[in-house]
Design a protein around this ligand. Structure first.
Ligand code: IMP
Ligand code: MG
Length: 196
């Protein structure tokens, strides 16, 4: 059982890909509940709108939303992402907009990971123009070393080193999102070269 925690079942990985567990599912769940409590303490009497950034934030958002007592609504937005690569292009594009207006509402943007910050910088700019009452950011993971854009999250699950991670919503080429915990993905050199 203990070994299962350290390496991901082979069914998830393809040849040349390895995942080493970085944060277990239990730690993630405990931390998300802490953040959920904190958010409600910060906004004791307000209806909250959680805006999940598809697709990486879905599991974080679903746990977070259920951990926050009181009135909570959900909406989703999607932006272009890394595609098949593990490096960002720095280009952000809206591919799915929100269903409803956020004017006058208390909005928490829920993201899987804050990396260069380009995605959040873009989203915050878009949202601010729509005049929410308050705008906050919750991210499950933060890679502070990688930051290019000057953005910060109000709620951070875990600060992690500069490694490419998968699981708990985070993908590599759309795979690994369904891993229970978060792990570091390593690729064999020849795979990396073929996928840039
Ligand atoms: P940023 O715009 O560079 O901050 O990147 C944000 C987006 O890039 C995240 O929402 C993820 O979709 C993706 N991303 C960044 N780092 C990782 C990673 O380590 N694994 C998987 N996706 C990542
Ligand atoms: Mg994402």
């Amino acid at each position: 059982m203990a070994t299962k925690e350290k390496t991901v079942r082979s069914a998830h990985s393809r040849p040349g890909e390895k995942v080493k567990v970085l944060i277990t599912r239990d730690r993630i769940h405990r931390r998300i509940l802490e953040i959920a409590k904190q958010i409600r303490q910060d906004f004791p009497d307000e209806p909250l709108l959680l805006v999940g950034v598809l697709k990486g934030a879905v599991f974080f958002l679903s746990d977070l939303a259920r951990g926050i007592p009181g009135e909570v609504s959900l909406d989703f937005i999607a932006v272009s992402s890394y595609g098949k690569d593990t490096k960002t292009s720095g280009q952000v594009r809206l591919t799915k907009d929100l269903d409803a207006s956020i004017e006058g509402r208390t909005v928490i943007v829920v993201e899987d990971i804050l990396d260069t910050g380009m995605t959040l910088q873009y989203l915050l700019r878009v949202f601010e123009q729509r005049k929410p009452k308050r705008l906050r950011v919750a991210v499950l993971l933060d890679k502070p070393e990688r930051r290019i854009a000057a953005v910060q999250a109000d709620y951070v699950g875990f600060s992690i080193p500069n490694e490419f991670v998968v699981g708990f919503g985070l993908d590599y080429a759309e795979r690994y999102r369904n891993l229970q915990g978060v792990g570091v993905l390593s690729l064999k050199a020849q795979d990396k070269a073929g996928k840039s």
